[in-house]
Write a protein that binds this ligand. Sequence first.
Ligand SMILES: Nc1ncnc2c1ncn2[C@@H]1O[C@H](COP(=O)(O)OP(=O)(O)OP(=O)(O)O)[C@@H](O)[C@H]1O
Length: 512
Amino acid sequence: MSAPFFLGKVIDVIYTNPTGDFTDSLTSLCALLSGIFVCGAAANAIRVYLMQTAGQRIVKRLRATMFSSILKQEVGFFDKTSTGELINRLSSDTALLGRSVTENLSDGLRAGAQASVGVGMMFFVSPKLAAFVLSVVPPLAIIAVIYGRYLRKLTRMTQDSLAEATQTGLSGNMIVLSVLYKGGLLMGSAHMTVGELSSFLMYAFWVGVSIGGLSSFYSELMKGLGAGGRLWELIERKPELPFNDGIVLNKDMFKGALEFKEIHFAYPTRPEISLFQDFSLSIPAGSVMALVGPSGSGKSTIVSLLLRLYDPISGTITVDGVDIRQLNPLWFRTKIGTVSQEPVLFSCSIAENIAYGAEDPSMVTVEEIQKVAEIANAASFIRDFPEGFHTLVGEKGILLSGGQKQRIAIARALLKNPKILLLDEATSALDAENEYLVQEALDRLMEGRTVLIIAHRLSTIQNADSVAVLDQGRIIECGKHEELLANPNGLFRKLMKKQAFLQNSKTFALNV
Ligand SMILES: Nc1ncnc2c1ncn2[C@@H]1O[C@H](COP(=O)(O)OP(=O)(O)OP(=O)(O)O)[C@@H](O)[C@H]1O
C-alpha cells in the first residue's frame, strides 16, 4: 500500500468524522504509518545493498572479460586507440552499465509499481479527473523516448552528459504539477468531498513522482545501453592478427634462418606512406647481421614485422623456409629475444624483471637469476643496492640508469635463451665503463644465435658477419664491413662519416 493512500485516509477520517474521537483515530493511524515507514525503509536498505553487490559483481566480470579481450588485440589497434579511451571503457563504462542493469532497473521497477498503484487509486476515486490528469502521460512519454535516444547517442560519444541525467525526470514532474493545478481549477464544479479531493491529489502527486522516477530510469537505461554498446564492440572485437593460433616448429627443425622476400609495408595508421617497397634480406642461421640506415628509414619497423606485431601488405617473411604467418605468434615470440634501445622494465623487483624472460617465471630459481645477471655484467651493481635483487626498479625502470636497464634486459634475454635475437643498440652515449660492460654482455648474449642488430657502434658493425644498409624502403648495400667501406660513393661510407656513430667510429671513418 502506498503512503498517499494512508495520508488520504487520515484526511478522510478527520473530515468525515468531525464528531468522532479524533485523538484516538489519529494516534492509531500515526502508529500504523510509522510502522509502515520503518518496514519500508528497512526493505529499501536491503534492496539497495543487494543491488549494489550484484552491480559490483557484474562490473568485476565485465572488466575481466574486457581486459582479456584488450590483451588479445593486435598492436595496430593500440596505435589507433588511446590508452585514455581504454581506461575510460574499463572504469566508467563498466560502472555505468553495472549500475544501469541493477540499481537503476530496481528503481525503475519500484517506480513502475508505485505508478500503477497510484493510477489505480486515482481511477478508483475519480475516473473522470484521473483520465484528464493522466492525459499528460503520452506526450511526456514521447518526450522521454526522444530524449532517451538522444542521451544514448550522447553517451556513446562522451560521458560528459552525466550531469543532465535527471533533467527529464524534473521536467516531467513540473508538467504533472501544472496539469494537476489546472485540474484543480476544473474541480470546482466536481461533486467530491474534501477528503476524496485530498486523496485524489495525493495519488496524483504520487503518480507524478513515480513518472519522474520512471523517466529518470529510462534516461539511465539509455546511458547504460550507450556505454554497453561501446563495451560489447570491444569485447567482441576479433584481433586482425591471430593471438594463439598456428603451427609450432619442432625443436630439430628450428634453426633460426630468416628471410624477408619482397616486402611492401605501410603502417595501418598511415596507409598512404609506403615504408618498404621490395625489401629483401636474408640472414643465415647462427649469423650476425648488422642493419644500418638513416634515422627514420624503418630499421625498428623490420623488428616489429619479424615479431609479427604487424603483417606486411605483400611479400613474405620466413623462418627456416616457413612463412611466419603460418606460425603460432605466441610460440614464435618465445623463440625471439629482444633488447631494445629503451628496455621495457616493469615496476617490480630486479629479480622479477629478469625472470619475466622465462617461459614460466614462477619456475625460475634464484641461482638461475644470479647466473644470468653475472653473465650480463649486472650482478655487481645489483649487489651494491641495499635490497639487492629485490630492489624495486620504479615505473618503467626510472630508478635505474640507461646502462643498468640494458644489462637487466640482456640478463632477461639470456634467461629466455632464444634462437633468434633482435638487438636495437642505444643511440644515446653511455659512459665508457657502462658501454664496455654492455658491449661485453651483448657479445656473450649473441653467441650461437641468429642475430639481427640495429647497429650504431662501429665495434658492432666490425664484428658482424655482414652489414645491410637500408635506404628508402629497401636494402641498397649488403656485405662485409670492409667491402662496403671500400665503396667511395656508397651510403654506408657516408653514414659512417655522420655523427650518429659514436666517437671512435667518427675518427675511424674519417681516417679511412
Ligand atoms: N606505430 C607507427 N605508426 C605509424 N608510423 C610509424 C609507427 N612507428 C614508426 N612509424 C614511422 O615509420 C618510420 C620508420 O620508423 P622506425 O622507427 O622504423 O625508424 P628507424 O630507422 O628505426 O629510426 P631510428 O634510427 O631513429 O630509431 C618513421 O617515419 C616513423 O615516424
